[in-house]
Design a protein around this ligand. Structure first.
Ligand code: GLV
Length: 321
């Protein structure tokens, strides 16, 4: 922000998360900023002041009741949690956050998930605890093919990290990409999806959740993977048809799944996934966005808009990401 420009009024909206940590970051980055938190108009205070809403599952209908709103900012890479609001003011600019610390966290998680399954690390946790010296097959990364579905900033970062380790990496995206990291084989569109899947010993889903990708991870897709493939879902729970995953694991078509996102979070205690030993569950922790970055990008996006410039990571609502 330029010196002398008054700080905007920012509403932090989430029905599922306590955004106190984010409020602290905004106050630290921008002392004196007017912050509002609440799940309805009454608790937000005078709504005609609010310039920006920073959201993670905002209460449906609330954004449409903020008359001066100039920017909707997702605090995450995904925007499905905002687009699900039937009353969303779709003509307002909507931005998401992607930054290098978020990409670093995702690279670390996906590399771990690939390695832990490919090298049979769970068996070492057990043998080490039992005091047994016991080898699992050691297969070089160059004989293991990893496919990344979704080549946005995070998908590209993971492809590069895995290729650097020495895995055979391939990527698939809806439209053709030209800027793939060296050594990464590129596939795109429905026509090339089958060829892509046929060479994935591990498949990583990093797609945005849109109407087209809802249920993408289903029985027909699993059938196109090599037998015994491993699935990693770090996209959204709704990419996955849960019953199809359980069936594919039971039949041996898939050997395991590492899941970080679920249709219902927290995953209910009685969910069948907890009782399937071939599924490794993590509670949506694959990466996190630095709250200081959220605060800075939010205010710089608003400043850009006010100067008639394009803000960072502006979402194309027709495309859905
Ligand atoms: C988290 O899930 C994100 O969308 O960044």
């Amino acid at each position: 922000m330029n010196a002398g420009t008054p700080l905007p009024c920012v509403a932090l909206l989430s029905e599922v998360l306590d955004l106190g940590y984010l409020a602290n970051a905004f106050r630290k980055e921008f002392p004196g900023i007017d912050l509002r938190m609440g799940n309805d108009v009454a608790s937000l205070g005078p709504v005609e002041d609010v310039d920006v809403a920073v959201c993670w599952f905002p209460p449906h209908g609330l954004l449409a009741q903020l008359p001066k709103l100039a920017l909707i900012q997702s605090l995450a890479a995904g925007i499905d949690h905002i687009a699900a609001d039937a009353d969303l003011p779709r003509d307002l600019p909507l931005c998401r956050i992607v930054d290098t610390t978020m990409a670093a966290g995702m690279k670390a998680y996906v590399s771990w998930a690939v390695v832990q399954q490919h090298r049979g690390m769970a068996a070492y946790v057990a043998s080490s605890a039992a005091g047994r010296w016991e080898e699992q097959p050691v297969v070089s990364p160059r004989h293991h093919r990893v496919g990344i579905a979704g080549l946005g900033t995070l998908g590209m970062a993971c492809a590069e990290a895995l290729a650097t380790i020495g895995y055979q990496v391939r990527g698939w995206s809806r439209s053709a990409k030209t800027d793939l990291p060296e050594g990464v084989q590129s596939f795109h569109g429905d026509d090339q999806l089958g060829d892509f899947l046929g060479g994935c010993d591990t498949l990583v889903c990093l797609l945005p959740l849109t109407a087209q990708t809802h249920g993408f991870l289903n029985a027909s897709l699993f059938a196109q993977l090599p037998r015994g493939a491993h699935l990693i879902n770090v996209g959204r729970g709704d990419h996955l048809v849960e019953a199809d995953l359980l069936a594919a694991l039971q039949s041996g078509q898939l050997s395991g799944a590492t899941l970080d996102a679920f249709s219902v979070e927290p995953l209910p205690a009685d969910h069948a996934f907890w009782r399937e030993p071939r599924i490794l569950i993590t509670p949506h922790i694959s990466t996190r966005t630095d709250p200081a970055v959220i605060a800075q990008q939010t205010l710089s996006n608003l400043a850009a808009l006010r100067q008639g410039e394009r803000p960072r990571n502006l979402v194309d609502m027709a495309r859905g990401y």
